[in-house]
Design a protein around this ligand. Structure first.
Ligand code: 1AE
Length: 397
C-alpha cells in the first residue's frame, strides 16, 4: 500500500544510483550514517526505485513510497514525494499513482460533469459559461445589468472574475442574493437554470463559514482559487456537507507550480488528476490558443486526466483565456463535446454587445456539434457573423 511517484530527472549515466539515493533520502536516509539496528527497523519505510527509463535529456524514474511514511492527505504526500526533491533543479513530478486504499481517502467531485448537466438540464451540447468583466470598482447595479444581459444571451453558467474579492461595492453575500433573485426570475420566465460561481475568498480560516453561509443564502456554485490556498483546502470544502455546492477550481497561480521549464509538477497532475480527486467539479485552465496559453500537449493531458475512467465523477474541462466564438470548433475537436466553453472578453467585446456575444457562442456551439462550419452557420446567425468578422476563425494545427 502506498504511492508510486513518476518523475523526470535530468539525464545521468548513473541514474539508477541517483534514483536510489533519492528514494533513500526522501524516506529513511540521512546524510549521516544511521546505526545498523535502526536501519533494519526503518526498512519498511524505505522508498523503492521501481524503474529507470533513459530518455533524451530526461530520464523517467518511478519510486514507490510505502504508506507507513505519511498520513493520507496531500500536504503529507507532497512533502514526502517532492518536498526536498523540489529544491533540485530540473526534477519534475509528473504523476502519482495511489494504491486503492489511499485513493479511497479522496472524495472526487460531488457533482461532476453528469451532476452539473442534470442541474442545468442540458445533456446534449457543450455548456457555455461567461465571466463577469469589469465589475471591480462598480456597484451591484452594474453587476445585475451584466447578469441580465448574459442570461438573455443564453449562458448556462457564470463565474466571478477570479480577481474580484471582498469589496464594499459588490460584497460577497450581496452578490449571491442579487444573482439568486435574477437567476430565479430567469428560471420562472424561461425554464432555464443557470449556475453562478461566486468567488469564495478571504483568509483560509474564514472559508468554511463563508461558504456555508453562501449556501444558506442560496448560492448555487462556488469559484475557488485553489492553488492560492492549496489543493487540501479545496478538498475540505468538498467534504463539508453543509456547503454541498458545485466548485469551479480556478488554476490561477498554477503556472509557478507547473509551468516552469524543466521543474515542478506536471499540469496534468496538478490541474487535472489531483484537482479532480480533491473535488473540483470544473477545472478552469488556460487553453492552447488564447492570450494566456499553455502548450496543447499540457492542455490535452489535463483534459485526459479530468475525464479518464477512474471510479470518480468526471470533472469538466474549462479551457479558457481569450476564447472567442471562432475557436469553438477547435475547442471541440481538442477537448470533445463534454466541455465548458468559457469566455469573458469574447462575450463582452462583441461589437453588438454581450447579449449578441453570448448568442454568437451558442450559435458556434450548435453549429459545431452538428459539424456545420462557422462560415456556413454565420449565414444564418448575425451575431456569429459579427463575431467572426471581429476575431476570425481559429485552427491551431
Ligand atoms: C486562465 C484564466 C482565464 C480567466 O479566468 C479569465 O477571466 C479569462 O477572461 P477572458 O475570457 O480572457 O476575457
Amino acid at each position: 500500500m502506498g504511492i508510486t511517484a513518476t518523475y523526470l530527472f535530468p539525464t545521468h549515466p548513473e541514474q539508477e544510483k541517483i534514483a536510489e539515493q533519492h528514494a533513500l533520502g526522501l524516506t529513511i536516509g540521512s546524510w549521516t550514517d544511521i546505526p545498523h539496528l535502526e536501519q533494519q527497523q526503518l526498512k519498511q519505510h524505505k522508498g523503492e526505485v521501481i524503474s529507470v527509463e533513459k530518455g533524451e535529456g530526461k530520464d523517467k524514474v518511478k519510486i514507490f513510497y510505502p504508506s507507513a511514511n505519511f498520513s493520507a492527505d496531500l500536504p503529507a504526500i507532497f512533502t514526502t514525494v517532492y518536498g526536498k526533491l523540489s529544491f533540485f533543479e530540473g526534477y519534475e513530478l509528473i504523476d502519482l499513482d495511489f494504491s486503492e486504499q489511499l485513493l479511497k481517502q479522496f472524495p472526487g467531485p460531488r457533482f461532476g460533469t453528469k451532476g452539473i448537466r442534470e442541474q442545468l438540464n442540458v445533456m446534449d451540447r457543450p455548456l457555455l459559461k461567461a465571466i463577469f468583466k469589469g465589475v471591480m470598482g462598480r456597484d451591484l447595479s452594474f453587476f445585475s445589468a451584466q447578469l441580465e444581459e448574459l442570461l438573455a444571451g443564453g449562458i448556462d453558467l457564470i463565474k466571478d472574475d477570479e480577481i474580484l474579492f471582498e469589496n464594499e461595492l459588490t460584497p460577497f453575500y450581496k452578490r449571491i442574493t442579487t444573482a439568486k433573485e435574477i437567476i430565479d426570475r430567469h428560471y420562472d420566465k424561461t425554464g432555464s437554470r443557470v449556475l453562478y460561481a461566486v468567488n469564495l475568498s478571504g483568509r483560509t480560516h474564514q472559508l468554511h463559514e463563508k461558504a456555508e453561509r453562501a449556501a444558506e443564502l442560496g448560492a448555487n456554485a462556488l469559484l475557488f482559487n485553489v492553488h492560492a490556498y492549496g489543493l487540501d483546502a479545496l478538498q475540505t470544502l468538498r467534504e463539508n456537507h453543509n456547503i454541498g455546492l458545485p466548485i469551479v477550481a480556478h488554476s490561477a497561480l498554477s503556472g509557478v507550480l507547473a509551468g516552469q521549464e524543466g521543474g515542478g509538477f506536471a499540469y496534468s497532475l496538478l490541474v487535472g488528476k489531483l484537482t479532480r480527486l480533491v473535488g473540483g467539479d470544473l477545472s478552469l485552465f488556460p487553453s492552447p490558443y488564447g492570450n494566456v496559453a499553455i502548450s496543447r500537449a499540457d492542455a490535452l493531458a489535463i483534459n485526459a486526466a479530468l475525464v479518464e475512467e477512474n471510479g470518480f465523477e468526471k470533472t469538466f474541462a474549462v479551457p479558457s483565456a481569450g476564447i472567442h466564438p471562432g475557436m469553438v470548433p477547435q475547442l471541440l475537436e481538442d477537448f470533445g463535446d463534454n466541455l465548458v466553453v468559457n469566455a469573458g472578453g469574447g462575450i463582452f467585446g462583441h461589437p453588438d454587445g454581450p447579449i449578441q456575444g453570448a448568442q454568437a457562442f451558442r450559435a458556434a456551439i450548435d453549429a459545431s456539434i452538428k459539424n456545420i462550419s462557422l462560415e456556413e452557420a454565420a449565414k444564418t446567425s448575425k451575431s456569429l457573423q459579427r463575431a467572426v468578422e471581429q476575431w476570425g476563425l481559429v485552427d491551431s494545427k
